[in-house]
Design a protein around this ligand. Structure first.
Ligand code: ADP
Ligand code: ADP
Length: 218
């Protein structure tokens, strides 16, 4: 089943900037797709359109689920809330009762390896742990598809590698679909078996590559 379907999508902003042109892209259930390309080629715009934060000026975009996880580079945690309450936030906004969202948060915190840190405030966490908290928060809504906007771009290389491994483990365990934006070719190839390359202004898809499972990933 196709979860996300872009057909001939273009984006012209009100100031006349053309950010995307002629984009066709699908993400199927259980498929993890990475999009790689240089800064300014429209990757974030593509993801914002996929999530509904932005409306394409041309073409059609079908997102066939309302269970979306969205993870930004900035972990966007509330600074005055400890990990547990930050992870509960989305479930809370969705009106899930206290006991149920606490249980959901606990499960998500375990999944991302943050057990024991429930009472920590964001400022007491490392960048990688803040990103794990943000991931856990998305997990509480049982997303069918995750949209990642360069989530590990601000982290040091070792933390980034650990989180990439963590993501691979999570995705093979839970079989989510994913659309992952990055400017790093090695990250794209490491994470997925389908790599889409974008380039130019306006950004276009210039190639789609299947990466064999047995290709060296480190
Ligand atoms: P990337 O994520 O690949 O770096 P973006 O999607 O952020 O690229 O931006 C693509 C192009 O669209 C850039 O030229 C950027 O300046 C422009 N752009 C992004 N958002 C807006 C906006 N709201 N209004 C006008 N231009 C924008
Ligand atoms: P809740 O009210 O659901 O427990 P909040 O995190 O919104 O969760 O609020 C926790 C406490 O932090 C409240 O006493 C609130 O008034 C306070 N608070 C809210 N916004 C801020 C802020 N920007 N900086 C510091 N404290 C805040």
């Amino acid at each position: 089943a196709i979860l996300l379907d872009f057909r001939d999508v273009a984006m012209t902003f009100p100031d006349g900037t053309v950010a995307l042109s002629g984009v066709d892209l699908t993400v199927k259930r259980g498929e993890f797709v990475t999009v790689v390309g240089p800064s300014g080629c429209g990757k974030s715009t593509l993801l914002r359109i996929a999530s509904g934060l932005e409306t394409a000026s041309h073409g059609s975009v079908d997102l066939n689920t309302d269970r979306i996880g969205y993870v930004f580079q900035d972990a966007t945690l509330l600074p005055w809330r400890p990990v547990q309450a930050n992870v509960e936030l989305l479930a809370e906004l969705h009106g899930i009762p206290k006991a149920a969202r606490a249980a959901k948060a606990k499960e998500a915190i375990d999944l991302v390896g943050l057990s024991g840190f429930e009472k920590f405030l964001p400022r007491a966490l490392s960048g990688g742990m803040r990103m794990r908290t943000s991931l856990a928060r998305s997990l509480t809504l049982d997303p069918e598809i995750f949209l990642f906007d360069e989530p590990f771009g601000a982290l040091d290389e070792i933390t980034r590698e650990r989180l990439n491994d963590e993501l691979l483990r999570l995705f093979s365990e839970k079989q989510f679909a994913g659309l992952f934006i990055t400017h790093s070719v090695s990250e794209a190839v490491y994470l997925s078996t389908k790599v889409i390359v974008m380039s130019g202004r306006p950004g276009k898809i210039v190639g789609t590559f299947d990466v064999p499972f047995d290709m060296p990933r480190d």
